[in-house]
Write a protein that binds this ligand. Structure first.
Ligand code: GLU
Length: 312
C-alpha cells in the first residue's frame, strides 16, 4: 500500500499539519506500506519553495521519513506537472463535460483545498451551455467581452455519490447541490486542486488518503473525477481537526502552535508525545518517537470530534 502527505507550502506547518502527517505515516508504516511527500504548490502567490524546504526539515526533525518525493524531485512537485494536468483536462474535454466559464466571480480559491471553514459557493451553471442557440449566442457575447481567458469548469451530475470513509463512515453527497459544476483550471491558468490531486494520487499509485476532515467534502468531487478518468480510487480516511482553546481550527496564519515556536520549546520526542496524547494514541503525554508509536496506532483510538489543544 502507499499513502502520502500532500502539504501546500504556504507557511510554516502547525500542529494540525503535523497530526495529519503523523497519522498518515503511522497508518502507512503499520501496514508495511510506503509514504510519499508531494508538494502541492499550485498557487504561485501563496506557495514558496522555502516553506517546502522548511516543512521537510520539520518532518525530518520529527523522524517522519518519506520514501519518495519532496521538493527536490520534480515528479512530486505540482508546479512541475502542469503538462500532465493538461493531458487529463483534454480527456475530460473530449468527454464533452467541460466548458469555459466567463464569470468574473472569484474562482481564486479553486487552487486551494476547500477546507470546510472557507465556506462553499454553489455554482449556478451560468456559463453551462444548454444546447440552445440563444444561450450559445449569449455565451459568445460574454466570451467577446471577457478581458481574460476563461476558467474551465466540469459539469457534475445531479445524483448522489456514495462512499465509505474509513473513519467517518458512510457518506453521500449530491455534487449538483453541494458545489455545482466545479473549476478545473482558473481563468489565470492556475490548475485547480481537485484535478491535480486526483491525477497525482492516481499516477503516483496512492492507495490510501489520510488527511484532515475538512477535506471530507472534497471526496465526491474527486471520486467523480476518478470515475470519468477511469482511475482506481484510493481508500479515504479523514481525521479530526486540531483547534485552539477558542475552538477555532488551527491555520497557518495563526502562529500560536506553529513549528517554529514548538521547536523552540519542545524536543521532537516531547512534541510527538503531546500530539499522540491529544490525538488519542497515548494515555499520557510521555516523550516518544514516531517509530515507538507504531504499536499504539489504531484507528479506533482516533477521535471523530475535533481536538482542542492548549497553546504552549
Ligand atoms: N494540499 C492540501 C492542503 O495542504 C491537502 C490536500 C490533500 O491532502 O488532499 O491542505
Amino acid at each position: 500500500m502507499l499513502s502520502r502527505f500532500a502539504p501546500s507550502p504556504s507557511g510554516r506547518m502547525h500542529l494540525g499539519n503535523v497530526y495529519s502527517a503523523l497519522i498518515s505515516w503511522l497508518s502507512a508504516r503499520s501496514q508495511g506500506g510506503e509514504w510519499i511527500l508531494r508538494i502541492e504548490d499550485l498557487d504561485p502567490q501563496r506557495c514558496k519553495r522555502e516553506y517546502a524546504e522548511q516543512l521537510e526539515d520539520d518532518l525530518r526533525w520529527l523522524g517522519l521519513e518519506w520514501d519518495a518525493g519532496g521538493v527536490e524531485d520534480p515528479e512530486y512537485v505540482q508546479s512541475q506537472r502542469y503538462d500532465i494536468y493538461e493531458v487529463y483536462l483534454k480527456r475530460l474535454a473530449d468527454l464533452g463535460l467541460t466548458y469555459p466559464c466567463y464569470c468574473s466571480r472569484a474562482d481564486i480559491l479553486a487552487t486551494q483545498a476547500p477546507h470546510e471553514s472557507d465556506g462553499r459557493i454553489v455554482y449556478q451553471g451560468t456559463c453551462r451551455p444548454d444546447g440552445t442557440r440563444a444561450k450559445q449566442e449569449w455565451l459568445a457575447q460574454r466570451a467577446a467581452a471577457c478581458p481574460h481567458a476563461p476558467a474551465i469548469r466540469l459539469q457534475v451530475p445531479d445524483r448522489d455519490i456514495q462512499f465509505i470513509d474509513l473513519h467517518y463512515g458512510k457518506q453521500h453527497v449530491n455534487l449538483a447541490q453541494s458545489c455545482g459544476d466545479f473549476i478545473l483550471r482558473r481563468s489565470d491558468g492556475a490548475w485547480a486542486y481537485q484535478l491535480a490531486v486526483v491525477v497525482d494520487d492516481a499516477l503516483m499509485g496512492v492507495t490510501e488518503v489520510v488527511r484532515g476532515r475538512d477535506l471530507l467534502l472534497s471526496v465526491p468531487q474527486q471520486l467523480y473525477l476518478y470515475e470519468l478518468l477511469g482511475f482506481q480510487a484510493p481508500t479515504f480516511a479523514h481525521i479530526p481537526l486540531l483547534c485552539n482553546e477558542s475552538g477555532q481550527r488551527l491555520c497557518k496564519r495563526d502562529l500560536s502552535l506553529h513549528m517554529g515556536i514548538l521547536r523552540s520549546r519542545y524536543t521532537a520526542p516531547e512534541l510527538l508525545g503531546h500530539i499522540a496524547y491529544y490525538g488519542g494514541l497515548l494515555p499520557e503525554p510521555v516523550p516518544t518517537s514516531a517509530q515507538d508509536l507504531l504499536p499504539y496506532f489504531n484507528w479506533a483510538k482516533i477521535p471523530t470530534n475535533d481536538i482542542i489543544v492548549p497553546s504552549v
